[in-house]
Design a protein around this ligand. Structure first.
Ligand SMILES: Nc1ncnc2c1ncn2[C@@H]1O[C@H](COP(=O)(O)OP(=O)(O)OP(=O)(O)O)[C@@H](O)[C@H]1O
Ligand SMILES: [Mg+2]
Length: 264
């Protein structure tokens, strides 16, 4: 089991789209994949099932009123399972504030799960939900949109990962890759790609996700783009991304066990 957090505190950069379609791509490479929706917008939940703000959800697991096995659902994608999110997650910062080991609640709940990959979608903020997602993961993938102004604020995420690594003793937590999204054949797109190459070097994945409307259409049909339009530009790119991620972040068949989660 390998847990990957998809994070960027900036909104609308393609986190959810990447979580859903990367999961579908890894499933097509014969891996069992669990998606965890840690965002109160619950977009990944809608994209994979068509359901809007279902309960119970990961919220009930985080506050301790549900066991995780009762909130794992099948999705419209073969080999992809989902722990849904719902709107109550928006109160999580306040509700978890006084709970002990509040950053470890997801990691602890996932212990023993048997999937090859867990892909965790996060909200566009760096609060307790994103901290839970990071603490539960060893690898972070950061989608960055190749549009103007998309790089403003990106260093904040680096700083949060650095802080968590120290505070929670997570020496192995690292950015495994930066994924360029919304790629277009324009000067801005190419210039931003050039800046990312310089800044992230080998951490910049070579697969670029093009700007493509089929992603939005697939979302509305509650399917991955790999089911909805496999030979579209974005369908091909997400399949390629899954292959690249598989090479960089190996799957493990051992049951999930985040070392530090055991301490609580
Ligand atoms: N490569 C792309 N080309 C065109 N549209 C895209 C692309 N990626 C995502 N979108 C669309 O852009 C919008 C934002 O994408 P998405 O929801 O994945 O971003 P996000 O980072 O998860 O946003 P948030 O921060 O609000 O959670 C969605 O409507 C999605 O369908
Ligand atoms: Mg999202």
């Amino acid at each position: 089991m390998t847990a990957i957090c998809i994070a960027n505190n900036k909104g609308g950069v393609g986190k959810t789209t990447t979580a859903v379609n990367l999961a579908a791509g890894l499933a097509r490479l014969n891996y069992k994949v669990l998606v965890v929706d840690m965002d109160g917008q619950a977009n990944a939940t809608y994209a994979l099932t068509g359901r809007v703000h279902p309960a119970p959800s990961v919220y009930d697991v985080l506050v301790g009123t549900r066991k995780i096995d009762s909130v794992i659902w099948q999705t419209n994608e073969e080999n992809v399972w989902l722990i849904p999110g719902d709107g109550r997650l928006q109160n999580a910062d306040v509700e978890l504030a006084s709970k002990p080991a509040r950053e470890w609640r997801l990691a602890r709940a996932l212990t023993g799960q048997e999937f090859h990959y867990i892909i965790i979608d996060t909200p566009p903020s760096l609060g307790v939900l994103t901290q839970n997602a990071l603490a539960a993961s060893t690898k972070v993938l950061v989608p960055i949109s190749l549009t103007e102004f998309s790089l403003i604020g990106i260093d904040k995420l680096d700083a949060v990962i650095e802080d968590l690594r120290e505070q929670l003793d997570l020496p192995d937590l690292e950015i495994a890759g930066v994924i360029a999204t919304f790629f277009e054949d324009t000067t801005t797109s190419r210039e931003t790609w050039g800046i990312l190459e310089k800044k992230y070097e080998e951490r910049l994945l070579s697969t670029r996700i093009p700007k493509n409307l089929d992603l939005e259409k697939a979302h509305r049909e509650h399917e991955s783009v790999l089911s909805f339009a496999p030979s579209s530009t974005s369908g091909l790119a997400y399949m390629e991304l899954a292959r690249e991620v598989k090479r960089r972040v190996a799957a493990h068949s051992r049951p999930y066990n985040r070392r530090s989660a055991q301490a609580y």
